[in-house]
Design a protein around this ligand. Structure first.
Ligand SMILES: *Cc1c(COP(=O)(O)O)cnc(C)c1O
Length: 339
């Protein structure tokens, strides 16, 4: 837990963010040897386009294929002995579910991942292969969440949410700390933005070390819940639609406790990009940088390519994940490769 403890949205956010640099530094100590410090690589082609140095932080190379291993591992390490014995639960089928399954196995903690009967068999198998117990319940994500709530109230498991949790935010923040320490003249950080755990943690880390760094959240134009919530001044629901950046889908929770307030206080801007721009980002990552990147992981690259970023110094784009269906990836890069 952060030493500041939970705060309401009305609390003064900049003076006392729920997760600060000290909590993120503690998380880094706890995660040492459990998650990889991933490479920060210079991109000559994006540097040429932008007219300022561009670097890519490749957390897509993190084990399980996304940065979510950082927050999930940190949250598990923060559990008390009793909670560890009882185990943890989640309804996530995506990168958080994979990360939690992997982290729990590494720490010898029971993890139950609740999935609806509509989740494709290959996804179910992937979670099982990572060592988690899979429970198939109902026919929707909501049904799966009801089972998580039951495991918590009746069997004493702990639910580990994908973003709105201080230990998860602190774990994600270690990504920002690695970057600002390796690149002290960092001016602008581009962060893929969904529930905002990553953006909140990374912004707290880099601004904690260097307050002048601009932190820009990047979301897909279709169904950007944090962007809509920041505009409304409170958490709002948005319609969920299909997008190439599927890991950025979903709401921020109407009862959001931490990430909305932190994103409101710490983000300098939010940029929205469309589906064609996301596809161009995936293509560029593959053809120019040699990296397989999923849509959500490519939005920073996409924003630079689309001319949406103004730079006054070195820019880092966080490349957050590589979990994309191989057939889909092949189709996207084949189309874009000819151009
Ligand atoms: C979860 C995720 C994000 C967004 O993280 P939030 O903390 O929900 O904002 C970005 N990229 C990838 C690959 C993800 O899995």
């Amino acid at each position: 837990m952060s030493s500041a403890g939970p705060r309401s949205i009305d609390a003064p956010p900049i003076d006392a963010p729920p997760v600060g640099l000290a909590a993120i530094e503690r998380a880094r100590g706890a995660l040492a040897g459990r998650v990889s410090a991933t490479p920060l690589v210079h991109s000559p082609s994006l540097t040429g386009r932008l007219g300022a140095p561009v670097f890519l932080k490749l957390d897509s190379r993190q084990e399980t294929g996304s940065f979510k291993l950082r927050g999930a591992t940190n949250a598990l390490l923060a559990l008390g002995d009793d909670a560890r014995r009882r185990g943890v639960a989640t309804a996530s089928t995506g990168n958080h579910g994979r990360a939690l399954a992997h982290a729990a196995k590494a720490l010898d903690i029971r993890a139950v991942v609740c999935l609806s009967a509509l989740v494709p068999a290959n996804k179910v198998e992937a979670v099982r292969a990572l060592g988690a117990e899979v429970r198939i319940v109902g026919r929707s994500q909501d049904d799966a969440q009801v089972e998580v709530d039951r495991l918590v109230s009746e069997e004493g498991l702990t639910a580990i949410p994908p973003f709105d949790h201080p230990d998860v935010i602190a774990g994600q923040g270690t990504l920002g700390l690695e970057v600002v320490e390796e690149l002290p003249d960092l001016a602008t950080m581009l962060v893929p933005l969904s529930g905002g755990g990553l953006a909140a943690g990374v912004a707290a880390a880099v601004k904690g070390v260097k307050p002048s760094v601009r932190v820009i959240g990047i979301s897909m134009a279709r169904g950007a819940a944090m962007h809509a919530s920041l505009g409304a001044g409170r958490p709002v629901a948005v319609e969920e639609v299909e997008t190439l950046a599927d890991s950025l889908g979903g709401g921020i929770g109407l009862a959001n406790r931490y990430t909305f307030a932190m994103c409101r206080a710490l983000l300098d801007d939010v940029v929205l990009i469309d589906e064609a721009e996301i596809a161009a980002g995936i293509c560029h990552a593959f053809h120019a940088e040699g990296e397989v990147v999923e849509g959500a992981g490519a939005v920073g690259v996409a924003a630079i390519l689309a001319g949406r970023i103004a730079a006054d110094g070195p820019v880092v784009a966080l490349v957050t994940g590589r979990n994309i269906d191989p057939e889909r990836h092949r189709a996207i890069v084949a189309e874009g490769g000819a151009a």
